[in-house]
Design a protein around this ligand. Sequence first.
Ligand code: NAI
Length: 470
Amino acid sequence: MTDQTYDLIIIGGGPGGYVAAIRASQLGFKTVVVEERATLGGVCLNEGCIPSKALLDSSEQFALARDKFATHGILIDPPRLDLSRMLARKDDVVKKNTDGIAFLFKKNKVDLVTGTGRLGGKSGELQQVAVATSAGERLLSGKRVLLATGSTAVELPFLPFDGERVVSAREALSFARVPQHLVVIGAGYIGLELGSVWRRLGAQVTVVETLARPLPSMDGQAADALVRALKKQGMKFLMETKATGGRREGEGMVLTVDGPAGSSELACDRVLVAVGRKPLLEGLGLEEAGVRLDDCARIAVDADYRTSAENIYAIGDLVAGPMLAHKAMEEGTVVAERLAGQASVVEYEYLPGVCYTWPEAASVGRTEEQLKEAGVEYGAGRFSFLANGRARCMDETDGFVKVLADKSSGRILGIHIVGPRASDLIAEAVTAMTYGGTAEDMAMTFHAHPTLSEALKEAALDVMDRAIHS
Ligand code: NAI
């Protein structure tokens, strides 16, 4: 059966695909999304960003009640954990978000076909997408196809996922009981965030990381401060240590790890493998359609997100750049607007990154290491949350803000924050940098008192040696 002709067929209803669909529809394109999950939102909403943040928020509340309430003069019996209720709340948060996207599709008249899509060749000038649905194969025809199928967790060949003892983030969001000893392989975003969740809930957590520092793209000082804070919370780090083997033993696992002191074994009951993600390309029919990959096995696209095949586009985790939901969303908006002839661009230079541990770590722009390597003359300003009134009120004084600015022009080149609500504070940095702001611009801007955001103003002042409170 051939349906109507669409202006745009999108394969994948995650943050890239669903945003592209809504924006394309707003711009007058007749749009359909092909999605194999029963719900929209992809990994981010269903088994990534949203459920992990729901658990991070819940587990943080638990840790506060247990470890910090007394400091505030609130005396309670030690709090008890009802894990199944915490997990049910997380599922409810996910449902509200995925239902929200379904509502937006209806509101914006985006069609949805539930099934697995692949490029189905051309019929005249039209692209076809074959969709395997529960009711058999369906053929969609459209002027253009946008690929937005996202990514999946990388597996270690010597430690395949079994969904129970050796898991990816998906299962680590739903452990039925708190692990006794969780080993996290990879000190990236997923490892540190989910390691934090289970540490706060009482698990012993050991993070095994090949490199000397976690979050390799993060400013070195910020990464060190974050590790110090996480160690204070009881997380154990085995840095410059590589996981090289693993076997099931009794009820648990025994891992082989190779570190500075040689090879050793590590016993645990759960292993979270968080060593990166890879684009989901299999089964899309790319080769037959003439869609070429780049040197990193991502889909090669031009500035319009056009692939090497005519009228086939790709965005998000499928193409170059960090695998971040907000990057995919921005590309979704921009690809639709460029199809409509608008001159929109994604400002990749000002793409923020956030690690939602506590304290949080957030950054935008270049790190001090990158500036040094590039030989850029810069000035650095720093302000500690220890000297911030609001942070003291909150009893959240770990961390700092660092502003890096060009020596001659003062233009901000990078901002790095480790501290309470760094994820929200970084927005000001992104705005300032996107508008070409200088450290002085930021320093001269009103910041309400007392707020955490004053740390940004003070760090900007410190670039010019004018900080008031340090
Ligand atoms: P990642 O790429 O952030 O970190 C993986 C880490 O594993 C690296 O530091 C690497 O050196 C280490 N590693 C690799 N093999 C190893 C081995 N055999 N033994 C020990 N260490 C090893 O990957 P992650 O955390 O899995 O995240 C995947 C993607 O998801 C990332 O691109 C990230 O941007 C995105 N993400 C972003 C989040 C956020 O923005 N807050 C949250 C979750 C995921």
